[in-house]
Design a protein around this ligand. Structure first.
Ligand code: SF4
Length: 440
């Protein structure tokens, strides 16, 4: 029997898909090269944005025609889906289950006819790790979120934050590193709110302590994490990441808006000046505890333009914050109303053309600051984790630096570098969204 998984969403969704694949393979399924030959099709989606919902509807006709050709086909929809959307997707899929219920179903699969899946999951976050040998491995440290930002469906679709047992996390990092992983992503919707309490509160491991323990594991690997919440970056966590040898000097620190009134409406409990103070604190900690290029952090952010009621003045405050911080990358979203969230009750009153203009303006600022930041790397010798070999106007190796900069350099077959290897390069040129280099 063959399976095919389609994933639309964030790193957490991709990590979940890997674990689903691992469970399917334990049950004797093989990955199908295409949808046409699959006996099971799983669509794992994050419906945080309307665009993902539209993509699911876009699959409807394809799944219908596949089902006509293959009557044994079973289709699943899983991921972050709000209740109201579930009702709309019912006609397209045989089963709509959360991740835990889907994993339960797979693990109970008896090799013949699949039993009817239970809608009730145990909601245990300790999902078995994918065994595949991969050089980049995402390891969830928690699932869900308690924050209820007013625009976000995650607390409704994934539930409240449940930390995984730190012993499971360490064991998974160890396994991944033994399998040659070079880059470990610690994942969570609110990753730095990690706090695992043992029975009777006998132990409490927080994010700072977890980072220290992962850092102390044997092996050479890079530690990254996403996504932290600015409100949960306490001094202990800042010190832990800055003093760790393995944590890379790259942060995604979602700001969402640079305007205090909009932040309040978004239920983000910090002000723009508190965000700026936090950025400075993190930068100072890296300058204090690291040397050379490692003492400069690269910073990306998530931001929403056109939130209900966002005036030109509100937007200009975000643009101002962008210039002050000088982001290396920004994941900019035009606000889209998500049913079931608190913000859905507000009037989505910023016209699309205006949202698009604000999107373009933030992109322009980010490209300028990113190019300026990237120029600091020219002439530096850096390790690059090679992700792929690209054949386009020549042969290139493409990878990431520790500061998460994309680097492209000429690939020579006698170099014998392969994806997953770390190559030393000398940076020759800064581009707005990356660097070019020569291998050493
Ligand atoms: S912190 Fe806010 S935006 Fe992030 S997952 Fe939680 S509710 Fe959603």
């Amino acid at each position: 029997m063959e399976y095919f998984i389609i994933t639309y969403g964030c790193q957490m969704n991709r990590s979940d898909s890997e674990r689903i694949a691992s469970n399917l393979e334990k049950k004797g399924f093989c990955a199908s090269k295409d949808l046409e030959n699959a006996d099971i099709i799983i669509v794992n989606v994050c419906s945080v944005r309307q665009a993902s919902v539209d993509r699911i509807f876009g699959l409807a006709d394809k799944l219908k025609s596949l089902r006509e050709k293959n009557t044994g086909l079973t289709t699943f929809l899983t991921g972050c889906i709000v209740e109201k959307d579930k009702a709309r997707f019912k006609k397209i899929f045989d089963h709509i289950l959360n991740i835990d219920a889907l994993n339960d179903w797979i693990l109970k699969f008896d090799g013949a006819k699949a039993s009817e899946p239970s809608k009730h999951s145990k909601h245990e976050p300790a999902i078995p790790l994918a065994d595949k040998k991969k050089f980049t491995v995402g390891i969830p440290i928690s699932t869900g979120c308690d924050n209820f930002c007013s625009y976000c469906v995650v607390p409704y679709t994934r539930g409240g934050l449940i930390p995984r047992d730190w012993r499971d996390i360490l064991a998974e990092v160890n396994t991944a590193v033994l399998n040659n992983a070079k880059e470990i992503w610690l994942l969570g919707q609110n990753v730095n709110n990690y706090r695992f309490k043992g029975p009777n509160d006998s132990e409490c491991i927080d994010f700072a302590k977890l980072i220290e323990m992962v850092d102390a594991l044997p092996g050479e690997f890079w530690i990254r994490f996403t996504s932290p919440h600015p409100k949960d970056f306490d001094d202990a966590a800042i010190k832990a990441v800055a003093t760790s040898r393995k944590v890379t000097p790259y942060f995604n620190l979602p700001v969402q808006s640079g305007d205090d009134a909009i932040l309040k409406a978004m239920a983000r409990p910090y002000t723009s000046s508190q965000y700026l103070d936090l950025v400075e604190k993190i930068r100072k900690a890296f300058r204090t505890h690291r040397t050379g290029i490692e003492s400069t952090i690269a910073l990306s952010t998530d931001v929403i333009v056109g939130f209900p009621g966002e005036t030109e003045e509100n937007f200009l405050n975000t643009a101002k914050l962008f210039k002050k911080v000088g982001f290396d990358m920004a994941y900019i979203a035009c606000y889209s109303r998500r049913e079931g969230t608190a913000a859905a009750a507000l009037q989505d009153n910023v016209p699309k053309t205006e949202k698009d203009r604000r999107y373009r303006e933030l992109t322009r600022i980010m490209m300028e600051t990113s190019l300026e930041n990237n120029s600091k790397y020219v002439g530096q010798t850096l390790p690059v984790l090679i992700e792929k070999i690209l054949e386009k106007n020549g042969t290139w190796a493409v990878g990431k630096t520790r500061s998460y900069k994309t680097v492209k350099f000429p690939f020579k077959h006698d170099n014998q570098f392969l994806p997953g290897d770390i190559a030393m390069v000398s940076v020759t040129k800064a581009l707005p969204l990356g660097l070019t280099a020569q291998p050493l």
